[in-house]
Design a binder for this molecule. Structure first.
Ligand code: COA
Length: 289
C-alpha cells in the first residue's frame, strides 16, 4: 500500500512546465519521501525513472505516478550497493529517455540499534546502502548529468549533527553523504553541475518516521517549533525549488527541512535509560518486520 498521498496542490506556487523535457533518475523512488519528490518533479513536466529493490512496489508506484502526473515513469529494479546494477539502470534510462537532468540519491536503510547490539555487518549494511549507494549512483550518472549541466539532490538526515543514540550506522553514513555532496558540488561546479543535500526532519506518514519514532509512554518527538510534523510535500517543494532555475546559484549546501526542530531536539528515547538498559526499550521500538 502506498504511504504517499498525491501532493497536487502543494507545488502550485511553481509554474506547471518548469521541468518540461527534463528527466529525473531517483533511487528509492518507489516509496515515501523519494516517491513524493518524484511526483512533484513530474507534475512540473519531467519524466522519471524510479529505482529500488522491490519490483512489485516499483511497478505499482510507477503506474501511479504516471497516472497522477500525465508523464512517463519507468520502474527499474536495482540495488544501489552494486555498481553494475546501477550502471544497468542508467543504461535503461538512457535507452528510454536519452538523457538525465536530475538525480535524487535517496535509497536508504535504517533501524534502531545501539552499538552494543549492532553487528559489524549491520553497520556495514547501512553504510553500503546510504554511502556507497550514493557514490555508486553519482558515478553511474555523472557523465549524463554533466552533459545536461544538471543537478543532484541527496537525501540525508539531521540526526548526525548530534550524538543520537541507536543511530551510529545512519549517522556515519549520512555524514559521509553530506561530505560527498560538498565535494561533488566543488568538483563539478565548473562543468555546470550542482549538488545539494536535503536533510528532512520528522516527516509524518513515512516508513522512516513510523519505524524510527519510538512508541509508548515516555517516547516521542517532543515539541515542534513549526507546530506540526513535516509533510512529504515540504520535502517535495524543496526538491522542486532546488532543481529549478531559481536555485541556479545554490550548490554545495545541506538544507535541513525540519521546521527548526533540530534547534530544540531532545533525545527521542528516555536517556540514559535507553543506553543503560536497551532491553527495556523493546516496548518503545517497533520491531523489525
Ligand atoms: N537491529 C539490529 N540489526 C539489524 C536490524 C535491526 N533492527 N535490521 C537489520 N540488522 C542487521 C542484520 O542483523 C544483519 O546483520 P547480521 O548479518 O550480523 O545479523 C545486517 O543488519 C543486514 O541485515 P539484512 O536484513 O540481512 O540486510 P538487507 O540488505 O536485507 O536489509 C535494511 C537491510 C537496512 C534495508 C533492512 O534492515 C530493512 O529492511 N530495514 C527497514 C527498511 C528501511 O530501512 N527503510 C528505510 C527507512 S529510512
Amino acid at each position: 500500500m502506498s504511504h504517499v498521498q498525491p501532493i497536487v496542490a502543494s507545488t502550485a506556487v511553481f509554474k506547471d512546465d518548469i521541468f518540461k523535457g527534463k528527466v529525473l533518475f531517483c533511487t528509492g523512488g518507489g516509496s515515501g519521501i523519494c516517491k513524493g519528490m518524484t511526483e512533484a518533479v513530474m507534475r512540473h513536466g519531467a519524466d522519471a525513472v524510479i529505482v529500488g529493490r522491490k519490483l512489485d512496489r516499483l511497478m505499482q508506484s510507477a503506474e501511479e505516478l504516471s497516472r497522477l502526473t500525465g508523464r512517463t515513469c519507468l520502474p527499474v529494479q536495482a540495488d544501489v550497493r552494486y555498481p553494475k546494477q546501477i550502471q544497468d539502470a542508467v543504461a535503461k534510462t538512457i535507452e528510454k529517455f536519452g538523457k538525465i537532468d536530475f538525480v535524487i540519491c535517496g535509497a536508504a536503510g535504517n533501524f534502531l540499534a545501539p552499538i552494543s547490539g549492532l553487528s559489524e555487518n549491520g553497520f556495514r549494511t547501512v553504510i553500503e546502502i546510504d554511502t556507497l549507494g550514493t557514490y555508486n549512483t553519482i558515478k553511474a550518472t555523472l557523465p549524463h548529468v554533466r552533459a545536461t549541466k544538471g543537478s543532484y539532490i541527496h537525501v540525508s538526515a539531521t540526526l548526525h549533527y548530534r550524538g543520537t543514540p541507536y543511530q551510529v550506522h545512519v549517522s556515519a553514513a549520512k555524514a559521509a553523504v553530506d561530505a560527498t555532496s560538498n565535494v561533488l558540488a566543488v568538483e563539478e561546479g565548473p562543468h555546470g553541475v550542482r549538488s545539494n543535500v536535503i536533510a528532512p526532519g520528522p516527516i509524518a506518514g513515512t516508513e522512516g518516521a513510523d519505524r524510527l519514532t519510538p512508541k509508548g509512554p515516555g517516547s516521542g518527538m517532543g515539541a515542534m517549533p513549526a507546530g506540526r510534523y513535516g509533510d512529504v510535500k515540504d520535502i517535495a517543494n524543496t526538491a522542486v525549488f532546488l532543481f529549478s532555475d531559481a536555485a541556479s546559484f545554490l550548490s554545495g549546501q545541506v538544507i535541513a527541512v525540519d521546521g527548526a526542530s533540530e534547534h530544540i531536539r531532545s533525545m527521542q528515547l528516555p536517556y540514559p535509560e535507553s543506553v543503560l538498559d536497551p532491553v527495556s526499550m523493546k516496548s518503545l521500538i517497533k520491531p523489525r518486520m
